[in-house]
Write a protein of this length. Structure first.
Length: 377
């Protein structure tokens, strides 16, 4: 099925020499792909010979990608029916097509409107992941691909993803543990399963240092279109606490990226103030009372993250993260996983290469997408 990336324009048209006006019946829905429901929009447009309709903006109203720690494929079905009429209000032609729509986009240099299906829904073909943590690869399931995980050329896991007519199953997030795992570490797995007796100690740390869970160095994805390979490099960080940032990439899929090095947290406060009268009825005052009082005090916290040393293929990953409208950071607390929305504050980036810069490393600043004080009303 054809794919629409709705952050880029998508035009549909109907042409007929007798055409005086056209009607578009546009249906947008989730769930099963058929049957298509009643039209979501019915639009009439005049023209001579040919009429064009832009539908991406209409579809976006029904596609809002969310993330709360659970990785789920988010898409909508789209059906178009175009009817051409002459000046006597007689139907003279019809056309139509069906699509699956994702919250992705095309670059200017790429073809407009329809994206060629890409089984592996990330651009980079090398992953830098955190040791002893679960990482996931978004896979487009239309061709029923098989995902194989290898370590030292030995198969350590394999998953075959069946095609589906459900909109929520068009993207599957696959890890070595399958496509239903939503925990990132052994500690989180214990807490998510209701465990309350997790205790970090030297014996456990020594065990995990010797036996990494889910170690993988290569992923092979095969389907009717051929074989694709993703190499995996596992990084260990002992000094800093790595941060996981999740964003919606250019394919409309959730993609994780780890920042392995130093992080710096800060807060910016804005406020208003006024001069108050502290005199009482006896024209006396207490020196402990505020003459200048603050109000509308708003605090917004930020975090600056350093990526550590990565490969040049991550230039494209950073590009897509900075172009993303939805970004989250995941913290592992004593109560489990905490996912918080953030916005990319850094507004410019200079792409680095091993030739020019020797080592590829980025520092990105993010703003929390909420105020420090809960002011949600």
């Amino acid at each position: 099925m054809a794919i629409i990336n709705v952050r880029s324009p998508k035009y549909v048209y109907i042409d007929e020499i007798e055409l005086s006006y056209a009607i578009l019946r546009l249906s947008i829905w989730t769930g099963a792909s058929s049957p298509s429901p009643a039209p979501t929009y019915i639009i009439r447009k005049s023209g001579t010979g040919i009429v064009w309709f832009e539908i991406s903006e209409l579809i976006r109203d029904y596609l809002d990608t969310t993330f709360d720690g659970n990785y789920s494929g988010q898409a909508v079905w789209v059906s178009t029916t175009l009817l051409a009429y002459n000046s006597d209000n007689e139907e003279v032609a019809d056309d139509g097509e069906s699509f699956v729509a994702f919250d992705g986009y095309n670059y200017f240099e790429e073809s407009r409107g329809i994206s060629v299906p890409n089984t592996i829904m990330i651009t980079n073909r090398k992953l830098f992941v955190l040791e002893d943590n679960t990482f996931r690869v978004p896979i487009y399931t239309e061709t029923s691909p098989t995902v194989t995980f290898l370590k030292d050329n030995e198969i350590v896991g394999t998953t075959t993803l069946p095609s589906s007519n459900e909109s929520g199953e068009q993207i599957s997030y696959v890890s070595i543990y399958g496509d239903t795992t939503n925990w990132d570490s052994f500690k989180e797995r214990v807490l998510e399963n209701g465990g309350t007796d997790y205790e970090s100690n030297k014996c456990l740390e020594a065990y995990f240092n010797d036996y990494s869970i889910g170690a993988v160095d290569k992923i092979i994805v095969s389907d009717s279109d051929g074989i694709q390979t993703v190499n995996v490099e596992i990084l260990e960080e002992c000094k800093y606490e790595p941060k996981k940032v999740t964003f919606v990439n250019k394919f409309g899929a959730l993609q994780d990226m780890y920042f392995f090095k130093k992080s710096v947290e800060s807060m910016n406060v804005t406020k208003e103030s006024y001069k108050s009268n502290i005199l009482d009825s006896n024209m006396a005052y207490y020196s402990s009372n505020h003459v200048y009082r603050d109000f509308n005090v708003v605090g917004k916290e930020s975090i600056t993250l350093s990526s550590g040393f990565l490969g040049e293929e991550y230039n494209e990953v950073f590009k897509q993260m900075m172009l993303s409208e939805k970004v989250w950071i995941t913290n592992i607390t004593d109560d489990g996983e905490q996912v918080l929305p953030i916005n990319v504050k850094t507004g410019d980036i200079t792409y680095k290469t091993s030739l020019n810069d020797k080592l590829v490393q980025y520092t990105i600043e993010f703003d929390n997408s909420f105020n420090a004080i809960n002011d949600i009303r």
